[in-house]
Design a protein around this ligand. Structure first.
Ligand SMILES: NC(=O)c1ccc[n+]([C@@H]2O[C@H](COP(=O)([O-])OP(=O)(O)OC[C@H]3O[C@@H](n4cnc5c(N)ncnc54)[C@H](O)[C@@H]3O)[C@@H](O)[C@H]2O)c1
Ligand SMILES: [Fe+2]
Length: 390
């Protein structure tokens, strides 16, 4: 079977990299740039160097700092309209996954006549977009390297636009921008990145050798550094490794997509207004435990990747050790042990399971083990009780 692997072609990397943005924009002969961000990120000063660099390059700048978490469709449409009105000819985004997902679609919608409602799904966005430069401030979603934007629709559903047209022209990784990310967000976004690598590595349909290597390196970096950055956010080297790891995980899952962890996480975010990383962390060990019979050998391969020095025994023991270590990382990084911590009760489980099934076509198809409505409900029940082991 032939394999396609797609990823951005330009990546700039290192402390202070975001102050070089003016130079990069000149390469596109940009005269007027839209900077997409959110109020918190801008108030924290994370856009300051980039704004100065854009001014120094003599490029006009319009700032859109109206992004809110989970990229609602009306915000994307409003920002695209500003782009068109101002005659913007390039888009820069500085922020977490919500900002990057917004900007990817803004750059697309500003250039094509397509409407957002018409491009949900896989490969439906086929037009041109404006030059696009993405600077993540979480580590993270990996959105800076994926062909995906996740959008919250007016009825609070999460829908995806997936198209190579959303892969940016430049990725700029500047760990300085992540130094102030508070411990709980550091932990939750880092666990999201780990989930991307695990789900890519165990993907049922599109698992491939390139994604595998990226996922392995991503998991090694993320597991070695997550506890460090959770306890000491000012560790620049560890922050850089986290950002590198989350990008590699993004490259992996962009080409071997995520599965049941994400399918079960989305309804938690949709119904209970819980951030993406936390939704993922709350279900991760329980979905891994459910998948174990089908993914045992692959989980075993990951056991000494996330625990250097671990001595492999048998697939069964190693897969169990892998899941136990993921649970320990979640616990050590302050992830609550039960869904009740975000207000979920027994009466919500059927609704959540139904929500997870909505992601059957895009996500559950990639899961190493098939699962139905009842099994999804049972996984949520275990996550509510806080018991992952049978
Ligand atoms: N496109 C993809 O491939 C992909 C993959 C996974 C998730 N997602 C989407 O990404 C979104 C989640 O993104 P996220 O987890 O990065 O969080 P986020 O962008 O939603 O941000 C969460 C909070 O962190 C703040 N924040 C961000 N960076 C900060 C920093 N450096 N310092 C202080 N505060 C900071 C933000 O202002 C916000 O309040 C979800 O909508 C999810 O669906 C997209
Ligand atoms: Fe994710």
């Amino acid at each position: 079977m032939a394999i396609t692997f797609q990823t951005p072609s330009n990546i700039r990397f290192g402390a202070g990299a975001s102050s070089k943005i003016g130079e990069l924009l000149k390469g596109y002969k940009a005269a007027h740039v839209l900077l997409v961000t959110d109020e918190k990120v801008r108030a924290a000063g994370l856009t300051r160097n980039a704004e100065a660099a854009i001014a120094e390059a003599g490029i006009a700048l319009t700032v859109f700092d109206g992004v809110v978490v989970d990229a609602p469709s009306h915000v994307i449409e409003a920002a695209a309209e500003i782009c068109r009105e101002c005659g913007v000819d390039a888009v820069v985004a500085i922020g977490g996954g919500s900002v990057l997902d917004t900007a990817k679609l803004v750059a697309y919608l500003a250039k094509t006549p397509d409407k957002l409602d018409d491009i949900y799904g896989i490969g439906r966005a086929t037009g041109d977009r404006l030059p696009l430069l993405l600077v993540p401030t979480t580590a993270g979603t990996g959105s800076e390297v994926t062909p995906i934007s996740i959008v919250k629709t007016p009825n609070d559903e999460k829908k995806a636009v997936i198209s190579p047209r959303l892969i940016p022209d430049w990725v700029i990784l500047d760990p300085v921008l992540t130094l102030g990310l508070p411990p709980h967000l550091t932990a939750q976004t880092g666990i999201d990145a780990m989930a991307h690598a695990i789900e890519a590595y165990t993907g049922k349909i599109k698992k491939n050798p390139t994604s595998d290597q990226l996922a392995l390196k991503a998991l090694a970096l993320l597991s070695a550094n997550l506890r460090k950055v959770y306890t000491d956010g000012s560790d620049l080297e560890a922050r850089l490794d986290m950002l590198f790891g989350s990008m590699l995980a993004g490259m992996a899952f962009a080409n071997s997509p995520v599965a049941a962890v994400h399918a079960l996480a989305y309804p938690i975010g949709e119904i209970f207004d819980v951030g993406h990383g936390l939704s993922v962390a709350l279900v991760l060990p329980y979905v891994l435990e459910f998948n174990r019979p089908a993914a045992e050998a692959l989980y075993a391969e990951l056991s000494d990747v996330i625990q250097p020095g671990y001595r492999r025994q048998s697939d069964a023991a190693d897969a169990a050790a892998f899941i136990a270590e993921i649970e320990a990382i979640c616990r050590d990084c302050g992830v609550p042990g039960s869904l009740s911590a975000v207000g979920i009760g027994e009466g919500d489980l059927s609704k959540l399971a139904k929500g997870a099934m909505k992601h059957a076509e895009r996500l559950l198809v990639n899961n190493p083990r098939e699962l139905d409505d009842d099994q999804a409900r049972a996984i949520y029940a275990k996550a509510l009780a806080g018991v992952s082991r049978p």
